[in-house]
Each structure stands twice: as C-alpha cells, then as structure tokens.
Ligand binder design. Sequence first.
Ligand code: NOJ
Ligand code: CA
Length: 550
Amino acid sequence: MIDLTDDTWWRTAVIYQIYPRSFADSNDDGIGDLPGITSRLDHVASLGADAIWLSPFYPSPQRDGGYDVADYRDVDPHFGTLDDFDALIRRAHSLGIRVVVDLVPNHTSSQHVAFQAALRAAPGSPERALFHFRDGLGEVGHLPPNDWECMFEGSAWTRVFEPDGQPGQWYLHLFDESQPDWNWDDPRVRDDFETTLRFWLDRGVDGFRVDVCDALVKAPGLPDWPHPTHGVVEPIEGRMPPMWDQEGIHEIFRAWRRILDSYEGSRILCAEAWLPPERTARIVRPDEMNQAFNFAYLEQLWDAEAIGATITASLAANEAVGAPTTWVLSNHDVMRHASRFGYEGLVALEHGVGSDDPQPNRELGLRRARAATALMLALPGSAYLYQGEELGLPEVTDLPDSTRQDPIWERSKRRIRGRDGCRVPLPWDHTTGSYGFSSVDADKTWLPIPVYYAPLSVASQVDVPHSTLDFYRSALEIRRRLQLGGGKVVWTNHPKTGFVSFRNGNITVIANVSGTSSALPEEAKIVLTSDPSTANTRIIHPNMTVWIQD
Ligand code: NOJ
Ligand code: CA
C-alpha cells in the first residue's frame, strides 16, 4: 500500500509515464485501455517505479491523442469506465504505486458541450466568453485577429460560421483547430477546473501533470508576436511571448495548491512548461506546483559540457526555491532517446522521421541512451521514464504514412511527420498476435507494431542479465537503496575532457561522452554499468556510464 504519511515521496520519485492507447489492450480492439494497464501494473512494480502518470483517457474525439478533452470528468469508452479507473487505482495503490493523471486546462475539444454552445450563441454572448472569440481584421473580418501561430503549423485562429450561415468571428487555438483555448479570465472556467480537480482527488489520484500550464493566461489585448514560440522559449527584451508564462498563471496554481493540500496525503502538481530553468523554477515556488519537467535537460545533445551546464543550471534554479529538480529523457512528444542519440548533432525533437529520411544508428543510439539513463538516474530529485524506454525501444522511423495520426502531419501538408513514432504500442512477448499488446495482428493495432519490436519485448528481456530491462531494474534498485534521489551532486574533475563526473553520496558517476576510453583503478567497485559487454573490465569506453561505490 502507499504510505499516506509520506509527505516527501515526490521529491525523489521515479514516475513512469503510461500512454494508455499503447500500453496494453484488454478487449482486442487494437487500442490500449485501463483494464489493460491494471493487468500489467506488476511490470511497473517490478521495475521499481514509485508512481505512474497516465496520459489522457477522458472522452475525446482523439484528434490530438486525447489532449482534446470533450469531458473532463469521465472515461472514454475506448479506454473503459470510471469503475475501471477505480479498479486501476486500487491495484496501483495495493502495489505501492501512486497514480498521477493528466489535466488539460489550456484548451478543450471542439466537441465539448461548452464550445458547441458557444458556436450556437451570438458574438459577445456569455457562452463565447468562455473562449477567445474575436472579430477578424481586414475590411470584412477575413484576416485572423493577430499573427500568432499554432504549435501544429499555421495560424492559431479559425473562423467560424455564425448560426445564420455567414462567416463570422474567429477563435483562438494554440494547438489544433479542434482544441479551442479556454479563457482563464472568466471565473466560470476557474470554477469548473476546481470541480474537475476535486472529482479526481476524491477518486484517490495522487496528483496531476498539468498540460501546457504556462499558456493559461494570455497577455491583455493578445498583441502580435513576430518571434519564435516553439521549444524552450526565452524572454525577448525582457518580455515573454504573450501566450507563454504570463504572471497571472501563478495565482491559478496557488489556488490549486490549496485544494490539493486540503486532501489526505501528499498530492502533487507537475508542470508541463517548455521554459528555461530559471522561469520554470518560478512555477515550483513553495505555494505553487511541486515539480516541473526539466525540458532543458531533455533537449541536450550528447555533449559533456552541455549536459554538465544544464545539470548545474537546473539544480541552482530549483535550489533557490526549495523544489526538487526533475529529469527526463523521453515522453510521448519527442523522438525516443534511443533513436535521438543515434544521430550526430541536432534533431528536431517533435518532427518525427519517415522511411525516406536519414535513419538513426540504432546500435549507437541504444548505447548512448543507456549511458544517458545511468547518468540521469544517479541525479538527485525526481525522474520521469516513458513506457518502453526500459526496453530500449527505438523510435519507429518507418511507420507507413497512411497510419499517421498526429495532427501536425496533415496540418503541415504532410511535411512534418510528427510524434507517432514514439507512441507505437509496447511489445510484451515475441509470439502472440501483436506481441502480447493485443490479440489482433501487429498491423491491426491503432499504430502498427514493427517486427523489430518483438525481440525487445518484456518477455524477451526479463531476467536476462544485462538486458536493457535488467539494467533499468538494477539502476532503480540501487538508486532507491542508496537514496540517490535525496542526495547532492558534488562535481569531480575528470582528467580527460568529454567526461561528466560527479559524486552523489558514496557513488561516483562517470559518463564517457567523449570518443576515447579511460581506465579505472583495479580496485574500483563498479555497481552499475550501462555497457553489458564490459561488466568485468575496468575500462570506460565511449558512450558508457558507470557507478562506482566507495
Ligand atoms: C503537450 C502534450 O504532451 C502534447 O501531446 C499535446 O499535443 C499538447 N500539449 C497539447 O495538449
Ligand atoms: Ca482496447
């Protein structure tokens, strides 16, 4: 069972992200679901994670993988029922695993009853005031109200037809046109989300991962912004872009904090905000959110100096506000790190790869991914893992284009392939239907599963010494036993360049990010190595990390 008196669990927790569509399918429709997750939670428990975070499973037309929520307080029939959700929580808690769910407050689905009502209502009506409706520019209002671009290519505005059939106002959507942004200046929006928080807290959730939380408040007047708005955005001339990180977001988080604190146990808020460390740190001040994803870390290339500098900046920024740092290398929005590191140089994280693009070096990618993971899991704070990284799954870079579902693919006129390659269902075994994910064939699941996933399945790796799964389990076991999550980074100077080296407690971590090997003293006690072939040697080869115990 989970320990409700443990107020600090989240400060050191390893949180495993589950993408419900792709974890396990219980009713053989080719789509993962909540009972499927419940039936496979022992995998998460034996991995050694402290919590799971579930990406959205709410009723949704699935135009953006469920981040287009049509009803915030129910379960989509594809994923099951509220009873299935209750059963999932009970099982997770009985295994000592906490459950964090996704909250998507910036936008809703255009199918939400409130948006449908707004479409039927007149300009200036209370129904429209829940969203950002504006008249267009130009003589006949045929131009969008400002120059903002949506995150999925093209304008952030879509024009509606008024009830009389004439082209009319425009509404704002920072993402797909099927995802209208809520107007957080309207108190009814605030009230409704507080009801949603209580709804899930009453059902026992241990926290919320808050989707694009830095976008809730827009600068008054929605001024033009002719600068970049993607990725980790920096202030320009002291000003943040008018759609990101406005001061007003903080009072919303404070109100939520008060609600969470009124519940038994320690319930958490985790911010999804692509901001630099010093801006992210402002969201995790003591009376706001508990933690925030460290996307600056995720964005780093395989480069010792860059990795070291980001660790230092992250620790310093968070120390200033007393919040733990977090670390993350993969999620459902970026190319899996086992493939990302298989390229030399910069990769556009969310752009995806197709069969006709340059392919990653799979062997190098996995080797570096394991080294990067060993480095990450030795860092103090909380760490986020994405389902399948414990199997060393590569990005699926040869998905048939006809199967792609990420809205950016069509919006970009089939130029940007998008994020489907990291969302392909998990292989559980190497024999049945779709490798244990479902009983339908592997080309019939919602995204097809490639044959090269079979040898990476859970069954193929479990209890196989030095498999990627075995390596993750060992790392998590040692991390927990030696309490590395609660430790401190003390930098040690490695004599050679291209190495990241630090101490945490009685562990010395050395990551070889250079092209040359380095020898360790004979007596060095290696307790973890990312390189399966060198378990008994004293050489740290390139793209390899070791943990040495005093
Ligand atoms: C971030 C989510 O992780 C991503 O999948 C989604 O497309 C956008 N926010 C919009 O909700
Ligand atoms: Ca299913």
